[in-house]
Design a protein around this ligand. Structure first.
Ligand SMILES: *[C@@H]1O[C@H](CO)[C@@H](O)[C@H](O)[C@H]1NC(C)=O
Ligand SMILES: *[C@@H]1O[C@H](CO)[C@@H](O)[C@H](O)[C@H]1NC(C)=O
Ligand SMILES: *[C@@H]1O[C@H](CO)[C@@H](O)[C@H](O)[C@H]1NC(C)=O
Ligand SMILES: *[C@@H]1O[C@H](CO)[C@@H](O)[C@H](O)[C@H]1NC(C)=O
Ligand SMILES: *[C@@H]1O[C@H](CO)[C@@H](O)[C@H](O)[C@H]1NC(C)=O
Length: 949
């Protein structure tokens, strides 16, 4: 507190002095003062924010015109600050983009009403809260407002109706309440927004009816997105009068009454989402919507009806969801021959009779008919579609092929062939689609809607990457290429795609480039085929080319990091980079070769190796067929792993470090000395090594069933049920406990992760890869504390902060692995850390029901898994922020032993879980069907690289 007050008086002095200096510079002094105020209250501002003349010395993110500041673009810089600051003197400001600075908190000051020239306000993905000030309605030049993904509360200010130039209004994903305001007499309302094309108010707490007067034929609306609110009443007929409407999302509200028949006037409509309301009357007839590609009507109370015949006339249809809508009768065979069809979801209806798909169906059709009354299935051909008939009478008898009655509808994962010659990059860099190693700017694109549903069809993503590239290039941004991956439909039916954007000029971007990229993406300048509007979130960039982050209050950052996993990860990223640089410098200075005196003929120098053998390069070259690709079983930042059979018949895995990722000779020697001493059933055994001809290779016993991560992936080779997972947890815990408590000297693994836990033929788990291990003893240099190593997502935040390495850091990583075993999620998925996800879920719910939803559905319903609560509790204890509060590995072993004992005795044997009882809970609610798991997979899509110079 005292320190804060002290720094405040500094701030005043600073402002005073800089104001005087500013008079001498090129910047308008009022504008300069406003920036100095920001500078003194926010952290992590660009390092070139120095001196007193923002315009004259070109501060990053600031653009001036005639000494006035006209644009502030600070997207994705990791800014932190607790107040918005007083920007009101920046009266020439046109563009204000602070998006993706999750550390920016506070309320929007009514003085924002002074920014009379503002055209563009983008605050996507910050942490602003409180009401949106009424004064926003006086900013007559505003064209674009996006406040997505903050915590704004209170009503939508009716004054927004005054913004006659507004084209884009996006307030989605906040906590905004009240009704959608419409005008009354001279009082404004959103019905006045005649030039607005985008109205996005989804994921809020809006209530009341959608007033008929909200829409009128003079409006230019193309996207009306109101899903996930608490709206009630009828769908207004006036919606049918919007001549340009392309996307309408009204799903997940409490709308009732019949669907107005004039909706069919919407001849340009592309996507119609009406699911999860209480709509009644007949199923609306959509004849004439000739561009309709997506229709969702599930979970409404329509009158019982046959599958509508008009559906078969809408030839643009790609996706139909009419689950739980009391459909009955037989499905007309013509439906399946719609030429563009990708998904038909008709689960939970009363469809009966004989299913006849005909022969004219399209490619890659997904057909979900679970829980209907279908008795027979005319199989005219070996259908290569994805189809589920679970819960139909036909699955009770012997009539159906088992695969149609399987529980899960899952898309096969798609992986585009790697177009680069076999190569990999140093650990922190990534390989671009144009085969260069650099630091990509990464983030997530969130699409409010999409026209398709076949996420395996790469052409959609190739098109998207191409559009992004051309937008970057036409805006002069130094982007080499774009790689898209992991398309996932989330529970809100938004499509999320991970994007990696690679730099073209150096191997990393500077701040001006990343903030321009963030601005461009959130400004949505695209005309996208197949995809609806979107926003872009990013957790920031690890590796700014223009130097380290400028941080003035380190003490406060550490204090605030409690509960801020994102923050930790951000700073971590920067930390790892800095460390890497230091390490490179250190290695360069390391010249003495510990192997000089370590010739295999000179026996005296070898005794440190207990049992490990020395291999010649020639021997290894032979048994790997000259390192042939067919022997290669894995690769990573360090190099490649080859499978080989030694002359004695022993099968081994040979890890060959690639040039550039070699350790120093000293580290290599340490590693093999260490590894050769370790002998435990749950630790991978070192067979030998090779250090010759500039090569570093480690020869391990071969563990045939691959990594635990692979077995938890979307398309695993092995299915691991509950007790099996417990056994794996126990094995890994025992391996680590051995390293910590029994090895002499004790060893801290430092890189515990699911990729480093291998499974043998008996599915016994073994801990592998001690590349980063460190003997736990005071060696001469006493440097157990200096090097932060490990893998993002598994790294103990306390270790990172304190740089003090203890066994408890392994315990933390092990806790993350436990959460992976339970949920099958990766430690960081879609920008969210698994620890935070589980912590929030536990915090959110009274009972454990929400937690159960996180459990990997492949191991069965959480409520029936004996001990899953206890394993979760143990995992959360392991990831406690304070190392002292975490259990030791020995304690973890005891707890898992006891859970396993219980689970094995439980009446739900593994057979029960994998067959009947699992089937019960997947009596699919829409939620389940759409949830991450059903669609989650990891395809990779890349744009062809285009170069600009
Ligand atoms: C539809 O729902 C409304 C309101 O819930 C109700 O008044 C009306 O009678 C219902 N109509 C039909 C045909 O069920
Ligand atoms: C089916 O739809 C009704 C509304 O028509 C809803 O109340 C119910 O929860 C839905 N059932 C399922 C399983 O989603
Ligand atoms: C479908 O289109 C055909 C040809 O245009 C027309 O004859 C038929 O009546 C239409 N069917 C329905 C149900 O609208
Ligand atoms: C199913 O259909 C086939 C062919 O149409 C017919 O031979 C068979 O008897 C039917 N089975 C049932 C149970 O109706
Ligand atoms: C993928 O989508 C495009 C665009 O809709 C379509 O032309 C193409 O036929 C689809 N490919 C496959 C294999 O379904």
């Amino acid at each position: 507190m005292l320190e804060l007050m002290g720094s405040r008086s500094h701030i005043f002095l600073l402002i005073f002095v800089s104001q005087i200096l500013a008079i001498l510079g090129q910047t308008n002094s009022n504008d300069a003062t406003a920036l100095f105020a920001i500078k003194s209250s926010w952290n992590n501002l660009p390092p070139n924010w120095e001196g007193s003349d923002p315009c004259g010395s070109s501060w990053a993110g600031i653009i001036c015109t005639n000494s006035r500041i006209t644009s502030i673009k600070l997207s994705g810089m990791g800014l932190e600050g607790n107040q918005f600051g007083d920007l009101s003197s920046l009266t020439a400001l046109q563009i204000l983009d602070l998006s993706n600075n999750v550390g920016l908190k506070g309320t929007l000051s009514p003085s924002i009403g002074n920014l009379k020239n503002l055209t563009t306000l983008i605050l996507v993905g910050c942490s602003f809260f409180g009401p949106i000030p009424e004064s926003i309605g006086s900013l007559q030049q505003l064209v674009f407002i996006s406040l997505t993904s903050n915590s704004f509360t209170g009503p939508i200010p009716p004054s927004i109706g005054n913004l006659s130039k507004l084209s884009w209004l996006d307030l989605s994903d906040n906590k905004i309440s009240g009704t959608i305001p419409i005008s009354r007499g001279s009082e404004p309302g959103l019905d006045w927004l005649v030039n607005t094309r985008h109205l996005h108010l989804s994921k809020n707490q809006l209530s009341g009816p959608i007033q008929s007067r909200l829409f009128s034929p003079t409006m230019k609306l193309i996207h009306v997105i109101l899903d996930h609110n608490k709206l009630i009443g009828d769908i207004p007929e006036s919606l049918g009068s919007l001549p340009n409407l392309e996307i309408l999302r009204l799903d997940w509200n409490s709308l009732n009454g019949p669907v107005p028949s004039n909706l069919t006037m919407l001849q340009s409509l592309n996507e119609l989402y009406l699911s999860n309301n209480n709509l009644n009357g007949s199923i609306p007839d959509l004849t004439g919507m000739n561009f309709l590609s997506y229709v969702g009507m599930s979970n409404n109370s329509f009158n019982p009806s046959d599958v509508p015949k008009w559906l078969t006339n809408l030839t643009s249809l790609k996706t139909i969801y009419m689950e739980n809508t009391t459909l009955q009768g037989q499905i007309p065979v013509e439906l399946f021959s719609l030429p563009n069809l990708e998904t038909i979801g008709l689960a939970n209806n009363k469809l009966n009779g004989t299913l006849d798909i005909g022969t004219g169906y399209g490619n890659n059709l997904t057909l979900d008919l679970r829980n209907n009354s279908i008795q027979n299935f005319t199989q005219k051909a070996e259908y290569n579609m994805n189809i589920s008939l679970t819960g139909n009478p036909i699955c009770d008898g012997a009539g159906a092929t088992a695969r149609y009655c399987a529980v899960q509808i899952s898309n096969d994962s798609f992986s585009s062939p790697q177009s680069c010659p076999a190569m990999s990059c140093n650990s922190d860099k990534a390989l671009s689609p144009t085969c260069k190693c650099s630091f990509p700017y990464t983030g997530t694109l969130h699409f409010f809607s999409l026209s398709f549903s076949n996420l395996e069809n790469s052409s959609y993503f190739t098109t998207l990457a191409g559009s992004m590239m051309s937008a970057f290039l036409s805006n002069g941004l130094p982007v080499d290429s774009v790689s898209l991956s992991d398309p996932t439909i989330d529970i809100y039916l938004y499509l999320q795609i991970e994007a990696q954007i690679f730099p073209s000029t150096q191997d990393s971007f500077n701040r001006t480039s990343t903030s321009s990229i963030g601005y461009l993406l959130n400004r949505n300048p695209f005309q996208l085929q197949f995809f609806g509007p979107f926003f872009f979130t990013s957790e920031g960039y690890c590796c700014f080319a223009d130097g380290k982050k400028k941080s003035s209050h380190t003490g406060i950052i550490i204090g605030a990091s409690v509960g801020g996993a994102v923050l930790v990860l951000l700073t971590l990223c920067a930390g790892l980079y800095a460390f890497r640089q230091r390490n490179i410098a250190k290695r360069a200075g390391h010249s003495s070769n510990p192997f000089e005196s370590w010739d295999r003929d000179k026996s005296g120098a070898v005794p440190q190796l207990k049992g490990a053998r020395w291999f010649s390069f020639e021997e290894i070259r032979k048994c790997t067929n000259n390192f042939s690709e067919s022997n290669c079983i894995g690769s990573g930042g360090y190099g490649k792993v080859y499978k080989a059979t030694l002359t004695a018949g022993e099968v081994v895995a040979i890890k060959r470090a690639q040039h550039g990722s070699m350790q120093g000779a000293f580290e290599f020697k340490t590693e093999i000395e260490l590894l050769s001493r370790i002998h435990h059933k749950n630790v991978v055994n070192l067979v030998g090594f090779c250090y010759e001809q500039g090569e570093q290779m480690l020869v391990y016993e071969y563990i045939p069933k691959g990594t635990l991560r692979e077995s938890l992936s979307v398309k695993p080779k092995l299915q691991l049920e509950w007790t099996r997972r417990l056994r794996i947890a126990l094995d890994a815990a025992r391996g680590l406990a051995y390293l910590h408590e029994l090895a002499d000297p004790p060893i801290i693994h430092r890189d515990v992760k699911s990729n480093n836990i291998l499974l043998d033929d008996h599915l016994t788990a073994k801990v592998a890869d001690f590349g980063l291990s460190k003997l736990l003893r005071d060696d001469d240099k006493g440097h157990v504390t200096t090097q932060v190593k490990g893998t993002l997502g598994y790294l103990d935040p306390e270790y990172y902060m304190s740089q003090q390495l203890t066994e408890k850091s392994d315990v933390y990583s092990f806790g993350v692995v436990l959460l992976e075993l339970i949920t099958a999620r990766a430690p960081i998925e879609r920008g969210k850390h698994i620890v935070r996800l589980v912590a929030e879920t536990i915090f959110d719910s009274e009972d454990n029901s929400k937690l159960y939803q996180l459990i990997d559905p492949r191991i069965g319903p959480g409520s029936k898994l004996e001990g899953v609560d206890r394993l979760c509790t143990l995992a959360m204890r392991c990831v406690n922020e304070s190392g002292a509060e975490r259990p030791s590995m020995g304690e973890a072993v005891k707890e898992i032993e006891s859970i396993l004992e219980l689970a094995s005795l439980s009446k739900y044997t593994e057979e029960d879980l994998t067959s009947t009882s699992y089937g019960d809970t997947t009596q699919v609610s829409l939620d389940d069907f759409y949830n991450d798991k059903a669609f989650d997979y990891s395809g990779k899509y890349t744009s062809g690289g285009m170069n600009i110079t």
